[in-house]
Design a protein around this ligand. Structure first.
Ligand SMILES: [Fe+2]
Ligand SMILES: [Fe+2]
Length: 193
């Protein structure tokens, strides 16, 4: 369903399991960035009524996710660390087409959001299936379901504001780029991506 070109290396879950405080910290900031990205879409495109209506509740949801991760850290006696440079998101941003019309830039933003949701969803699924701790498996299952819904929302918004062929062809370029990007990033258990 997600169309990702490169499945996550199966060793990643084991690495993540060994650095729980770091992975939860990184996860918390992924949720914060998701909320921030939604707020910024609304600020940039207040004239797109559907977008504002659909994205506004997702801001609350992503911030709720951030708080869920905080609570999980707290329950485990772990601490939220500092945010680190996000090479994955940085890499995806570099593939964005600069210039063009407002609509062109909207398409780029929506597809990047969709892609990050898709990859997060894939990784949450792995965690929900393969972690040893049953509570953590259930914790991650909830995120997997939510992020799958966000992925669909961003793709549908892209199709609403841009023609379908254009969305599909640019989406395929993004998928290919993302697969190559991940191949070139170090496999790290302290990062969600
Ligand atoms: Fe989220
Ligand atoms: Fe999300």
């Amino acid at each position: 369903m997600l169309g990702l070109k490169l499945p996550t290396d199966p060793r990643w879950v084991n690495l993540a399991e060994m650095s729980l405080e770091e992975i939860l910290t990184d996860h918390a900031y992924c949720e914060q960035k998701a909320a921030t990205a939604c707020i910024s879409l609304i600020q940039l495109y207040p004239d797109k009524k559907e977008l504002v209506e659909q994205v506004a509740p997702v801001v609350t949801e992503e911030w709720g996710h951030f708080r869920m991760v905080l609570r999980e850290l707290e329950n485990r006696g772990l601490h939220l660390g500092f945010q680190r440079k996000d090479e994955y998101v940085h890499g995806l941003m570099s593939f964005q087409k600069k210039g063009g019309s407002r609509e062109d830039r909207l398409l780029e933003k929506l597809l990047i959001c969709a892609l990050i949701e898709a990859r997060s969803c894939e990784r949450f699924r792995l965690l929900s299936e393969q972690l040893q701790d049953p509570d953590l498996r259930e914790f991650y299952r909830q995120f997997m379901v939510a992020e799958a819904g966000h992925y669909r929302m961003f793709i549908e918004l892209a199709r609403l504001y841009s023609d379908r062929d254009r969305v599909d062809s640019r989406w395929n370029e993004y998928l290919k780029f993302e697969g190559d990007l991940l191949k070139n990033l170090d496999l790290r258990g302290d990062r969600m991506h």
